[in-house]
Design a binder for this molecule. Structure first.
Ligand SMILES: *Cc1c(COP(=O)(O)O)cnc(C)c1O
Length: 393
């Protein structure tokens, strides 16, 4: 079955056929507790009934209109999204299909803002080492990890990487004569859940404001409630110029978004940017349900509480193979003394012994496990999943 696919993924030996809540079922009926959510995508779990209903109803009504026209459902979704991000100062929305595409939009936004105001040459975009911004040629160039850079050059020019959490490096790199924008993850996901400090983000916001450099948060992984606030940057008390979202935004239906604040919201003029599928009605209907659910204060509080429960349980093990646990909300990184990939394999293999459930977790770097469970996880599922994880270690 795999032979027809290009060999781009290191796949684990399992083929899924169905999901329900925090559980996935393979083609043989074995069950797996899902602490991965398809990499932070299935944030409301699998087949969340209101989401299924919205998708089904929309599919029967209208699947697509190109962006020559407006659709009622994408307008409603965009309005709700702007409102959800208003706390971070966001005003307007561009809808895309993926995280990389949203970040491409952010890079274009920063370049045009700077070009119009300062003329050519001030086009550099500063990003952090250890960041992940996508797989297109430009978002690979934005990604501050050499491992992704082999084989695919030449890249889009004008990107510069600096060490995370290093205010001095930031002061030096943000050049008012050369830099258009700073693009960063408040919490780096792919490279192993690395949290930027309060002090660092505050300094970044201050420097960007003083030097008129756009502050842009890539919240493709850490946004949409994942860390207990709708946007992770809200917790830092800063107001960025742009934010990108994707992964969890429509609960499993592909979508991305670029949000812009007062300074950037009118930079794009008619014809400057676009996306055939952007604002797709089915994605919008799904996204409306996600926003309706996730933006409720008590729901966000439950994400925080579940995250704390997970952290406390793991820390209470004092496990000899765990060297550090860090995270925020339902985004956790666990450094272990051995390779992480075999743990993922064991989590799958466990489901093949009679009466046992598997556990799906993610790797982030060679020796870090990454947990991104769905927000609807119950207390007993947290305990069950962590019991399995402990046994795998
Ligand atoms: C996954 C991810 C992306 C890329 O998103 P795609 O939808 O795969 O293009 C970009 N930024 C961050 C922080 C991500 O986690």
């Amino acid at each position: 079955m795999n032979d027809v696919f290009m060999n781009t993924y290191h796949r684990l030996p399992v083929t899924f056929a169905k999901g329900e809540g925090a559980w996935l079922f393979d083609i043989d009926g074995n069950k797996y507790l899902d602490f991965a959510s398809g990499i932070a995508v299935n944030c409301l779990g699998h087949n969340y009934p209101p989401l299924v209903k919205a998708i089904a109803e929309q599919a029967a009504k209208l699947n697509h209109t190109c962006n020559y026209y407006m659709s009622d459902v994408s307008a409603a979704f965009a309005e709700k999204l702007a409102a959800a991000c208003a706390g971070a100062g966001m005003k307007k929305v561009f809808l895309s299909n993926s995280g990389a595409e949203a970040n491409e939009g952010a890079c274009k936004l920063a370049r045009k803002y700077s070009l119009e105001k300062y003329g050519p040459g001030r086009h550099q975009i500063v990003t952090l080492k250890g960041s992940f911004h996508g797989r297109t040629i430009t978002t690979l160039a934005a990604t501050g990890q050499d491992v992704f850079h082999k084989d695919f050059g030449p890249f889009t020019e004008g990107f510069r990487y600096i060490a995370p959490n290093d205010i001095k490096a930031l002061e030096e790199a943000l050049d008012p004569a050369a830099t258009a924008g700073l693009l960063l993850e408040a919490i780096q996901g792919e490279s192993g859940i690395h949290i930027q400090s309060q002090e660092y983000i505050k300094a970044a916001a201050k420097l960007c404001a003083e030097r008129d450099i756009l502050l842009m948060f890539d919240e493709v992984q850490c946004g949409v409630g994942r860390t207990g606030t709708f946007l992770a940057c809200e917790a830092y008390g800063v107001k960025p110029d742009a934010v990108t979202l994707a992964k969890g935004l429509c609960g499993g239906i592909p979508a991305g978004a670029l949000l812009a604040g007062p300074k950037t919201m009118d930079v794009f003029k008619t014809g400057d940017h676009g996306s055939t599928f952007g604002g797709n009605p089915i994605a919008a209907a799904a996204g409306f349900v996600v926003l309706d659910t996730v933006t409720k204060p008590e729901f966000l509080r439950s994400i925080k509480a579940k995250g704390e429960q997970i952290m406390n349980i793991i820390k209470s093990w004092n496990h000899s193979k765990i060297t550090e646990v860090r995270g925020k909300g339902l985004m956790a990184g666990i450094d272990i003394t051995e390779e992480s990939w075999p743990i993922l394999e064991k989590g799958i293999a466990r489901a093949h012994s009679a009466g046992k459930s598997g556990l799906l977790v993610l790797a982030a770097g060679a020796k870090t496990l990454r947990l991104l469970p769905p927000y609807i996880l119950s207390d007993t599922e947290i305990e069950e999943g962590l019991d399995i994880l402990r046994s795998l270690l």
